[in-house]
Design a protein around this ligand. Structure first.
Ligand code: V47
Length: 400
């Protein structure tokens, strides 16, 4: 029997024990409860049933080819985007992207995670060439690139369809889509924080099309700004419905809003005040419990800190963001976490949480399981590993 303090959780705990699907109302109660420990126990059980003690991580590298974005003035939560010509804007040539990937090739990278902005001039050929050349130079590396929002933007620029853009990118070597751009699907929230961004139905359509083409994808929710608990539940219900239809989502990643250096943070008077650890853990746990048709829930340590991520491994989370190497989107928004985590650090973090570290590939195939006596556990050093000087120079001076 799962122990819960909040009596409202008892019927939900019974459902969890019997493996029954939770209703939208159940999810609302879960977001509302103060019984974080009870909630965590339920989510932990749901996760244990799916993944046991295994915690997955990927040796990945984030690459952001451009921060130029035509939505810069309407996505008011974003600190990364710049208008063309605005101070701080950058667009990397394909050679620069290749150099960035090469500079990190000492790391055992198995995945490039590539996202940027909606550049008014970059064509589909730029991205297709980039993917093709990255694949040629790093044949074993999986390419997870371009959010549904970027795919839709490219379709507009090319006067094509999102399905065609996906097919062209797949032919160039695209393997999966990342989950960014979902934010919160509810119309009122979207109108407030991301007025001109791709609508919810279109975000979901692009993912549906990708799944139909054999391109698996991730999905996200950006929480901790103006959304209500009802908005969160509506968002999760839409993700669950698409997963029922296609089973194409690999993982769900709750993303914590960072309020520095963006309009929304100023307007809300929230600068310097990110989400609370309590809410971070709640979002992981509710995601795990409500999204019963998802195999994995990932914690994104650059946003919530490595410490909250480590605790999240007991709140329903079985997957931790990987090595990353160089992160821009959240660090521009005030995240104080390190730029990267070393491979050994991640392994030790997972082990210290009492779990079994498993390096995975991008489709959750096992690359390496770490036995309890692995020599990597003996190494020391739990702090963040800074990006190398060479990499900092390549990706833009002053941005480290
Ligand atoms: O869609 C932007 C978020 C997302 C801020 O698929 C912000 O494996 C917090 O989706 N505060 C892009 N968040 C990144 C993303 C992602 C991250 C890690 C893994 C995966 C995956 C996907 O970043 C955006 C938006 O939701 N974001 N600005 C900000 N100020």
């Amino acid at each position: 029997m799962i122990k819960v303090r909040d009596a409202r959780l008892r019927p939900i705990a019974a459902k969890v024990e019997f493996g029954e699907r939770l209703s939208n109302h159940d999810a609302l109660v879960l977001f509302d409860t103060g019984d974080l420990v009870g909630l965590g126990a339920m989510a932990n059980l749901a996760n244990q049933r799916k993944n046991g003690d295994r915690v997955f991580f990927a040796a990945n590298q984030h690459i952001n080819p451009t921060n130029v974005c035509i939505l810069r003035n309407t996505c008011v939560f974003c600190s990364f985007a710049r208008m063309p010509g605005e101070e701080g804007e950058y667009t990397h040539s394909i050679d620069e992207v290749l150099a960035e990937a090469h500079a990190a090739s000492d790391n055992p990278t198995r995945e490039f995670h590539i996202v940027g902005g909606l550049h008014p001039k970059l064509r589909l050929s730029y991205y297709a060439d980039m993917i093709r050349q990255l694949k040629a130079k790093h044949p074993g590396v999986h390419i997870k690139a371009l959010t549904a929002v970027e795919i839709a933007h490219l379709a507009k620029i090319e006067r094509s369809t999102t399905r065609q853009v996906l097919m062209d990118l797949k032919a160039a070597g695209l393997d999966t889509l990342p989950g960014g751009g979902a934010e919160v699907f509810g119309k009122n929230v979207r109108a407030t924080i991301a007025d001109r961004k791709l609508h919810a139905e279109d975000y979901l359509r692009v993912h549906r099309e990708a799944h139909g083409l054999g391109i698996r994808s991730n999905c996200t929710m950006l929480y901790g700004h103006v959304e209500t608990h009802e908005d969160r539940v509506e968002h999760l219900a839409m993700l669950r419905a698409l997963q029922d239809e296609t089973a194409g989502f690999l993982t769900y990643i709750p993303l914590a809003y960072h309020p520095d250096h963006n309009e929304l943070g100023k307007e809300l008077g929230r600068e310097g005040t990110a989400t609370t650890g309590f809410d971070d853990l709640k979002n992981v746990a509710v995601g795990r419990l409500f999204l019963d048709n998802f195999d994995h829930v990932k914690t994104h340590w650059p946003m919530v800190t490595q410490f909250v991520s480590q605790v999240a491994l007991h709140f329903g989370c079985d997957d931790i963001e990987g090595t990353v190497v160089y992160e821009r989107v959240y660090h521009d928004a005030g995240a104080h976490t390190p730029m990267a985590m070393g491979y050994g650090q991640i392994v030790r973090f997972i082990k210290a949480a009492g779990k079994t570290p498993v390096e995975r590939d991008s489709l959750y195939g096992t690359v390496r399981t770490f036995a309890a006596d692995d020599p990597l556990f003996e190494e020391r050093g739990a702090g963040g590993e800074p990006a190398s000087a060479e990499l900092i120079q390549l990706v833009g001076a002053g941005r480290a």
